[in-house]
Design a protein around this ligand. Sequence first.
Ligand code: C5P
Length: 251
Amino acid sequence: MNTGTAETVSAKEKLIVALDFESADEALRLYGELRDAAGMFKVGSQLFTTAGPDLVRRLVNEGARIFLDLKFHDIPNTVAATAREAVRLGVALFNVHAAGGTEMMRRAADATAEEAARLGVQKPSLIGVTVLTSMDSDVLSETGVEAASVEEQVRRLARLADAAGLDGVVASPHEIVPVRESVGRAGFLVVTPGITPSAAAYADQKRVTSPAEAVRRGADFVVVGRAILNSPDPRRAARAVVEEMENGRIS
Ligand code: C5P
């Protein structure tokens, strides 16, 4: 694993900036501006669909640590083959849907380790998406998942991901503590999106979770997009997030 743990990683290394752009040029421009201000950069489905693996290779060649956020979910053979491609791309972190089940996750984890060993490169961390933050218990129920609550389903999928050999999970700020309770293993990564730095709180948000609060609750990494991307001064915004995390750790 090359993503480290909460104890050994500086606040800057914990910040993942989401490159949620519609073109490679915009993503490269922002990376150039923030390359020394964050630990990792996230390429999600929008940017990947428009700019493809060439952009990922280019960012990696320029020294970027990339979180490839494509949430793979397919038959085990296909996900294992795709995991090998993610290793070849040189990403530091990527993910699959834990709802794909134990065999899918295990095959992906095994393929990741095998390919990294074959190439003699550091193994990327592989994490599981539990329940999307856009889903509530009604949506889960609609799809046939009759869990007692979203939290119960998150706990279940986090345990499954751990047992299948994954390195961690993606979890909303509200689920960090339940995940830590459910999976006691030291080094199990929790990557948390849905973070709003206090300086950028959106007017319509009733409950915000700051970077400091996410770290206090046990997040290893926080993913921040619009609060940095939409700022008139993205470097300053990124620095503010890092400072909030540092302060959160002290208190
Ligand atoms: O909200 P923000 O722009 O910071 O989101 C950054 C990234 O985190 C996005 O790429 C989005 O996919 C992800 N996200 C999420 N769950 C949320 C909010 C954002 O997975 N509740």
